[in-house]
Write a protein that binds this ligand. Structure first.
Ligand code: ATM
Length: 274
């Protein structure tokens, strides 16, 4: 069992604590205190992932960003580098693949915003239960292309649904599993437009205003929670962005990018120079 995924019920610790006290078993009351969480504030959403923990092992890293931000390429490269499970939302499971088709198919018309949000949440619930949590529980790092941040940006800022409600629904769907780090790849609209091509799916076809709101929403989410989000400039080449992502990982999760030991540095012979 992973030590950093504390499956405790912090949300009801108060009433459970009172009960333990009442039956004379106060020594069983948990003594840990929740650390800062991405959403553990006034909205009342808690995060088990961010309860204080000692010897954390497997990490859950998410890439977020708009259309043509390069996040799928970068998620794939980081997963390969870390030997991590590489997955995505929507569509990271067989059941989710069906939901993804329904959600993105341009022939799906008249889908209500709340129905869209709940289908994204259903995909997430299946994905966390079937892929993400089991991988973390067995000690594998997980790199995911989109997660709760997408719901907050697209269904919240884009569609205009209340972000506080979406946080609650997402937290419940994900069984309170929050990422250790969310990497936002920021790309200006003109760069994204120059990279985009081919037929547009239902979400891509939602219009420039919608995608502008999503982009602004992402920036707001990242700037209000700098503890869990890191923004990386996604405008360079794939190699340049990969190097910037790796610097961000090394700064924020240094245990994943240990400093080279003495003797590990490349020598002139290694790089072919003389
Ligand atoms: P990708 O193209 O990155 O696989 O994402 C599919 C779309 O799903 C993406 N649309 N665009 N443009 C964002 C959207 N999406 C949501 O709207 N909410 C969510 O919660 C998730 C996970 C994705």
């Amino acid at each position: 069992m992973r030590s950093d995924v504390v499956r405790s019920d912090a949300g009801s610790a108060g009433s459970f604590g009172s009960w333990l006290r009442a039956v004379g078993a106060e020594h069983l009351i948990p003594t840990w205190t929740p650390a800062a969480s991405p959403s553990g504030g006034a909205d009342g959403v808690r995060s088990d992932r961010h309860l204080a923990c000692s010897d954390a092992v497997a990490r859950f890293i998410v890439f977020e960003g708009g259309e043509a931000s390069g996040k799928s390429t970068q998620a794939s490269r980081l997963a390969a580098r870390l030997g991590a499970v590489h997955t995505r939302e929507p569509g990271g499971t067989a059941i989710g693949a069906g939901l993804r088709s329904l959600l993105l198919d341009a022939r799906t018309t008249g889908l209500a915003d709340r129905a869209e949000a709940l289908l994204m949440a259903a995909d997430r619930a299946q994905h966390v239960a079937e892929v993400v949590r089991p991988a973390l529980d067995q000690g594998d790092h997980v790199v995911c292309d989109r997660y709760i941040g997408s719901t907050l940006a697209y269904q919240g800022h884009g569609r205009g649904l209340p972000v506080v409600d979406l946080k609650r629904i997402s937290a419940w769907a994900a069984d309170d599993l929050w990422p250790d780090l969310i990497v936002l790849l920021d790309v200006p609209p003109e760069v994204a437009a120059a990279r985009s091509g081919g037929p547009r799916d239902r979400m891509e076809a939602a219009g420039d205003d919608f995608h502008d709101r999503v982009a602004r929403g992402y920036r707001a989410l990242a700037s209000t929670d700098p503890l869990h989000w890191v923004t990386v400039d996604g405008t360079g080449s794939a190699d340049e962005v990969e190097a910037a992502v790796w610097r961000a990982i090394a700064a924020r999760l240094p245990e994943l990018a240990p400093a080279p030991r003495i003797g590990d540095e490349p020598t002139a012979a290694d790089d072919g120079s003389s």
